[in-house]
Design a binder for this molecule. Structure first.
Ligand SMILES: C[S@@+](CC[C@H](N)C(=O)[O-])C[C@H]1O[C@@H](n2cnc3c(N)ncnc32)[C@H](O)[C@@H]1O
Length: 499
């Protein structure tokens, strides 16, 4: 059984050799391949260490912890690395002076021999395509989560299907696609395992992708080929067809690749699955590219062509907090929360001004200058917090204070690309046509096919009943030897003739 990818099944804890995403803040994640080590590495006695603005983290403290765990920073033994090197001949300082940790608790972490620092922590997250998109080393523009989640849904990427993707670029779409189609490893019981067939013509990007696919344990789910798809198409090794169910093209000129994505012809094998409709999406930033692509799509028999633009807008939901006593808190309005707070602040400012000018507190102050404040209404707490509303009581949780409001994020990504979708109907052979004609003999029907309107149905029923009645009467007449069955010598009903 192939070892599972951390993107598919990360297991309950971090393990040596796998990718972990170190979460520093909401928009700052650092990918780390966790390496165990027995000796010093790169001047650190603890082995491999990552350095962040929240402190240093030896890999040994990150291995074997539950995914999502908070890990405290460590005091690292920098050995020779910590000593300041003399400037070289050019007068330049030696590189990489490690920041010395300050006060430290003598508290060993889970990793033997490593001491926890006084402050600083990170969270260790399991890789997902969404987090990878945020943290991957960019070689190109990438497809972001709002776009690829919509694309994968529209091209019907689901467990077991096979996707063609070009170009691979930085692999952002590749990781999302592989998770969407995963339904087991090829060596497991499942026969039709989903797969991504990725193509990239830039050598350096192709090699980096290969390296990452290997490191993420996705080699049996992603088949990457170094290829110029405009000229060489999408067949894989030895001219084998990927038998793709769907296609995603993120190329500068998708219309140049489309002639290779047709049904089989006499002299050409198709890279597409023959017995199903194939779904396609192209991703182009300019409308001129879309126009050219749509033109070629129409010529090649693609149907249901539709263009969509995803305009992603994030809403931040937060508590609106107002107060002069919260100068360092994000999301607060730095104005007085109420009259009492404004007066308290004015008093503080005046007090400071008096001190500054060397006057004794209150000396010389005219009592008439004092403002008249209803002290009962507000109480200024020791830390300057004004507690005069129910929600501002001592027990109130800081994150529950203030009105709940929402704001759109400051920076809105309005345009990434135009998504053009299309469908190519399934391949249709003479045998399939014959089988369909057998089931639905169009033009040679003996009965009625499909629905008829009410009047026609009623007339048919009347005719049928009249026919039955006639048969009965004729049978009775032949039995009695008489001319009619009714005995009243009335003639048998005749079929009405039209004029
Ligand atoms: C915008 S990037 C793709 C980004 C990718 N979708 C992602 O999410 O990371 C476009 C890629 O197409 C590749 N490319 C351009 N022309 C190509 C061609 N004719 N055949 C194969 N790849 C090509 C480029 O080298 C580039 O890496």
């Amino acid at each position: 059984m192939a070892r599972s990818s951390p993107f598919i099944d990360p297991g309950p804890r971090t393990t040596e050799g796998t990718l972990a995403l170190v979460h520093l803040s909401r928009d700052n994640l650092q990918p780390v391949y966790l390496r165990g080590s027995t000796g010093a590495v790169d001047g650190y006695a603890e082995g491999n260490v990552i350095n962040t603005r929240f402190g240093s983290f030896p890999h040994s403290t990150l291995i074997g912890v539950p995914w999502g765990a908070q890990v405290r920073a460590s005091i690292v033994d920098t050995g020779s690395r910590g000593r300041k090197k003399k400037p070289d001949g050019n007068g330049e300082a030696a590189p990489e002076d490690m920041t010395e940790s300050t006060a430290a608790e003598e508290e060993p972490t889970a990793a033997a021999g490593v001491k926890t620092a006084a402050s600083g922590f990170v969270h260790v997250l399991a890789p997902t395509p969404e987090l990878w998109t945020m943290s991957l080393p960019h070689r190109t523009q990438v497809v972001y989560t709002p776009d690829y989640s919509y694309i994968l849904h529209r091209i019907r990427a689901r467990p077991g299907v096979r996707i063609i993707e070009a170009g691979a670029g930085s692999g952002s779409f590749t990781h999302a696609a592989v998770r969407a189609v995963f339904n087991g490893h090829p060596d497991s019981e499942s026969k039709d395992t989903g797969k991504v067939f990725s193509f990239e013509f830039d050598k350096a990007r192709f090699e980096k992708m290969q390296e990452e696919i290997e490191a993420h344990n996705l080699r049996d789910l992603v088949h990457i080929t170094h290829r110029d798809v405009y000229n060489e198409g999408f067949l894989v090794k030895d001219g084998e067809s990927p038998e793709a169910d769907c296609i995603f093209l993120d190329l500068p000129a998708p219309w140049k690749a489309l002639p290779h994505l047709t049904r089989a012809s006499q002299n050409r094998k198709s890279p597409l699955r023959a017995d199903r409709s194939v779904y396609l999406c192209t991703f182009s930033p300019c409308i001129e590219q879309v126009t050219k692509t749509v033109e070629v799509m129409r010529q090649l028999g693609w149907m249901d062509i539709e263009m969509v633009e995803v305009a992603h807008k994030r809403f931040n939901v937060m508590r609106e907090r107002v107060g002069l006593n919260m100068p360092t808190e994000r999301g607060t309005n730095q104005t007085a929360g109420n009259v009492a707070e404004a007066l308290a602040r004015l008093r503080e400012v005046e007090e400071k001004a008096r001190e500054f000018h060397g006057r004794a507190q209150g000396a010389g102050a005219n009592e008439d200058d004092e403002m008249d404040v209803d002290e009962a209404k507000a109480e200024v707490t020791a830390n300057g917090q004004v507690a005069n509303e129910d929600q501002d009581g001592d027990d109130a949780k800081p994150w529950m204070l203030g009105r709940l409001i929402h704001r759109t994020e400051a920076e809105i990504k309005t345009h990434t690309s135009y998504l053009t979708f299309a469908v190519l109907p399934q391949e249709w052979t003479a045998e399939q046509e014959a089988a369909a004609f057998e089931s639905w003999p169009c033009g040679q029907e003996k009965g009625v096919i499909g629905s008829l309107d009410k009047a026609v149905r009623k007339q048919e029923k009347r005719d049928m009943l009249a026919g039955k009645k006639r048969k009965k009467e004729m049978a009775a007449a032949s039995k009695n030897g008489s001319g009619t069955a009714s005995g009243n010598n009335s003639p048998a009903p005749k079929k009405s003739k039209s004029n």
